[in-house]
Design a protein around this ligand. Structure first.
Ligand SMILES: Nc1ncnc2c1ncn2[C@@H]1O[C@H](COP(=O)(O)OP(=O)(O)OP(=O)(O)O)[C@@H](O)[C@H]1O
Length: 530
């Protein structure tokens, strides 16, 4: 873990200290930290600006590696009690994963399954079609990769189910992601698990890369798994160069985004040509072999609007919805009730694909949310002050227009802050070089657009800044989710104009979270009481 940096709030009238943490058991002394933030009422702001001192936010933070999900894996009674999955699994082997794969996981430092993995892996291993919803950074990628690698490739368990005989000609799993970066990231994750000797069993088919080279690799390597963007997969499929009719797994990662109009034609091609849909052509039979021969569809996102539920009903066979450690049949999900999950705000159905229905479950629990007001022309400077005040090391700042990014980078660099822009107009090579530099700390602030909001796993990111407001709460949730991954602490700051504050208030309400007003003054974060 990044050493826990606990901000405290000092009520000016009482002078007493209380923690913003919900745990309640932490003390500054126990944490060995002095990180403090002064809270002032709005009308005390002026005094503060006139030189009344504030308390320093610490300038140094220790880093430790995250070795696993140490949070208690709570066994909850399933509302519809259709599965008795080991929701309190303490190890991957308990989930029914073959020993070779468990060994690989351990080698890569994965020892304890996260909640969503504990729920999803056994469910997918039982051949169910599923929608997996869990907050950003909770480990959804492994939640679907592990069951696939338990059935496909060299780490699988040996089953006498008719799949082991004969020479494999078809691709066995197709994973679709809405962006090239996310596609490449998933490829890296699969390669990591397969190990260097079997890397060629996975092939990337992302746009922006050389298509004929991808087709050559498909022909030569005969990969078992392909990962790509909808356009490129559909293109190669339409050219008759993607043998997917016998495919057993179709994964749609960031499913709510894949439902967007721009992907419609490509998605139709993929859904029609990857594997055999359960229920279609002979799928009436209940024989296990027929069921095994049908395609299993796995849909994944941190945000699941009702349009996804509708899509899952039409694309899958009796799909189940997995939400953290709960599993319910999709049929029990209603448009108005955000899926019968207690404690979540209600949602409404709409024909739009991206409906503003995320709830706190879409966001990691360890995030602190703030907003600060400034004029448009001072936003980049405010970003710089914010980075200094929070002593953030790895910052992702979102802007809404690609054209603005270069100027912002220039301004930050001019003030000695390492920054770079990342957007879709850059070549694939430039984008991956920038991401590499960001990962290894050479770039402190990554200025980007919506491209980076989905799925990107940059675990060191400790601060997300919205320089332009996200279009809705779904976009806020995915942007914010680039920090605070897998139990780490993270801060999200929205820098807005006075006239935009009402949007922040609306986001706060829709997401059921507290976005506190703050200022960055003399190197400190100062919380303003509304
Ligand atoms: N069981 C585990 N133990 C330790 N680390 C894990 C485990 N599962 C996943 N991780 C790590 O947690 C990080 C987040 O995982 P992942 O990217 O799959 O999250 P996600 O839920 O898909 O997020 P998003 O919604 O943003 O796509 C990754 O760095 C991953 O390697």
């Amino acid at each position: 873990f990044r050493k826990v940096t606990q901000f405290t709030r000092i009520a000016p009238s009482q002078g007493n200290v209380r923690f913003l943490s919900s745990s309640g058991s932490l003390t500054l002394a126990s944490l060995g930290l002095k990180s403090e933030v002064k809270t002032v009422s709005a009308n005390e702001k002026n005094k503060l600006q006139q030189g009344i001192s504030t308390i320093e936010v610490p300038k140094s933070r220790e880093k430790k590696r995250v070795s696993g999900n140490k949070q208690g894996l709570v066994k909850e009674k399933n509302p519809v009690d259709i599965m008795t999955a080991p929701f309190a699994a303490k190890s991957f082997s308990e989930l029914g994963i073959p020993p070779l794969l468990v060994e690989r996981l351990e080698k890569e430092g994965f020892t304890i399954p996260t909640d969503v993995q504990a729920a999803a892996v056994p469910t997918v291993l039982k051949n169910h079609d599923v929608v997996i919803q869990s907050y950003t950074g909770s480990g959804k990628t492994l939640a679907y990769l592990l069951p696939i690698l338990s059935r496909v490739g060299p780490l699988k368990e040996e089953l006498s189910d008719g799949y082991e005989t004969g020479k494999k000609i078809d691709i066995e799993a197709v994973i679709v992601a809405p962006s090239r970066e996310l596609g490449m990231q998933i490829v890296r994750e699969v390669e990591k698990l397969l190990g260097p000797a079997n890397k060629k069993l996975v092939q990337q088919l992302v746009g922006g890369a050389n298509r004929s080279r991808q087709e050559d690799a498909l022909r030569k390597n005969k990969p078992a798994i392909v990962v790509g963007t909808p356009g490129r997969i559909a293109e190669i499929s339409a050219a008759g160069k993607l043998p997917t009719h016998g495919c057993r797994f179709l994964v749609l990662d960031e499913i709510d985004q894949l439902l967007a109009f721009t992907f419609r034609e490509d998605m139709k091609r993929i859904l029609d040509h990857v594997g055999r849909r359960p229920g279609a052509r002979g799928g009436e039979s209940n024989s296990p072999l027929v069921k095994r021969a049908a395609r299993q569809t796995i849909m994944v996102s941190a945000t699941v609007p009702f349009s996804v539920i509708r899509a899952a009903r039409s694309w899958g066979c009796d799909p189940l919805l997995i939400q953290a450690n709960k599993v319910v049949p999709i049929e029990s999900v209603t448009p108005a009730g955000s899926v019968n999950i207690p404690g979540t705000p209600s949602t409404t159905d709409s024909s739009s694909n991206v409906q503003p229905m995320p709830d706190v479950q879409s966001l990691p629990p360890n995030l602190q949310h703030y907003y600060t007001i400034t004029r448009i022309q001072h936003k980049v400077d405010m970003l710089r002050r914010c980075v200094h005040a929070l002593d953030a090391k790895c910052v992702i700042a979102f802007m809404n227009h690609t054209k603005q990014l270069k100027d912002a980078v220039f301004k930050l660099e001019a003030r000695g802050m390492n920054a770079a822009e990342l957007h879709g107009d850059l070549s694939k090579l430039v984008r991956s070089t920038i991401l590499k530099k960001f990962r290894n700390g050479e770039i402190r602030v990554l200025l980007t657009n919506e491209l980076s909001a989905r799925g990107l796993d940059l675990p060191e990111c400790d601060l997300v800044v919205n320089l332009g407001l996200p279009t809705d709460s779904v976009h806020y949730a995915h942007r914010a989710g680039r920090t605070g991954r897998l139990g780490r602490k993270g801060t999200v700051v929205t820098i807005c104009e006075e006239s935009e504050v009402f949007v922040v208030k609306k986001l706060q309400k829709q997401l059921s979270l507290s976005i506190q007003a703050c200022e960055f003054s003399e190197g400190n974060l100062v919380i303003i009481e509304d």
